[in-house]
Design a protein around this ligand. Structure first.
Ligand code: MG
Length: 332
């Protein structure tokens, strides 16, 4: 075992082994294993999270302009704050670049980070720059925590499963970028690529859904619906059934993928929110719907047991590829 590589162990198995060994004090309200930690500091409660975009793993340099890359590296962090109903406030930025990387491009990454942070209400308050073989941007974000704590762990059998926005666009965008410029529907391609380049963290929806006490569990969909739903199910010790025909997909997705639901189920980087809502809160949810700032679609239900099933229009189980993204088992 001692000689096994991290790839052989796998990202999630590795985390499952390491995280229980951390010991935290009483001011760590929620520790590792969620979209953000919840911490108490003096009189305040904050969300705390970190995320990295690494060349070759998350992007190829020609897929995003430096400014878009900077924006995206902030926005994926903001999405983790959204998943717990937080308001982004402060971030620090760690950048690594090869010595040959153009200084102007690095400056534009910083411009993109600062612009996205400002849009989301946060200040960039520090950082670090190091030499490395690949370009990478790591951002740690502090967000104001809501009074209520909603994590991945509160889903109960019978709860409805909802998702914001549309699913699979970013995955379709990556497919378009990989294929290069020789495809038919330019408008659909452009939409999908834009969704890959410019995620829209659902901050307003996240804040409202948590503050109003409507949701029992929430996560942002960064690694694909099935995988992230899997995190909710294992943290909550429940299963789920998803109705494939209810998955919200864009017109662009349908143009690119036709009726194939695979990228909606397991394409990553959508940065939508997946939440569970107890039946008793559905009326309140309908009252708030117009204020969420994005569509919210009912896609299934939480069940007993630990299995996730996807069913077709006739209720027949569909086979789902394990799908989702494990960092040590794939690359861009
Ligand atoms: Mg997340």
């Amino acid at each position: 075992v001692a000689t096994r590589t991290i790839a052989a162990v796998g990202e999630f198995a590795f985390l499952a082994r390491i995280l229980p060994q951390l010991t935290n004090g009483p001011d760590t309200i929620i520790g590792p294993g969620h979209d953000c930690a919840v911490i108490r500091c003096g009189d305040g409660r904050y969300l705390f999270t970190i995320d990295a975009l690494v060349e070759g793993t998350h992007f190829r340099r020609q897929w995003l302009s430096p400014r878009q890359l900077g924006r995206k590296s902030f926005l994926v962090n903001a999405s983790d704050a959204a998943a717990m109903g937080g308001r982004p406030r402060f971030c620090v930025v760690g950048m690594s670049a090869p010595p040959t990387y153009p200084a102007r491009d690095l400056a534009n990454i910083e411009v993109g980070i600062a612009a996205a942070a400002t849009e989301c209400g946060a200040d960039v308050v520090g950082g670090n720059l190091a030499r490395a073989r690949q370009l990478s941007i790591t951002i740690a974000l502090v967000a104001e925590a809501p009074r209520r704590t909603v994590s991945r762990a509160g889903a109960q059998p019978g709860d409805r499963v909802y998702v914001t926005g549309t699913l699979g666009d970013a995955g379709a965008g990556v497919r378009v970028l990989r294929a290069g410029r020789r495809r038919r529907s330019l408008a659909a391609d452009a939409h999908a690529v834009r969704r890959f380049r410019e995620p829209t963290p659902r901050l307003r929806a996240g804040q409202l859904l948590v503050a109003s006490g409507i949701v029992s569990a929430m996560i942002d969909v960064s690694d694909g619906l099935i995988q992230d739903l899997g995190h909710v199910c294992s943290a909550s010790n429940v299963g789920a059934v998803i109705h494939a025909t209810n998955l919200p997909v864009s017109a662009a997705y349908r143009t690119i993928m036709r009726t194939d639901p695979r990228l909606a189920l397991s394409g990553g980087e959508d940065y939508e929110l997946l939440c569970t809502v107890p039946e008793r809160n559905v009326t309140q949810l309908e009252r708030q719907r117009a204020h969420l700032g994005c569509p919210l679609t009912w896609i299934g239900a939480i069940t007993r047991g630990r299995r996730i099933k996807v069913v077709d229009a006739a209720g027949r189980p569909m086979s789902i590829e394990a799908g989702g993204y494990d960092h040590f088992r794939g690359s861009r």
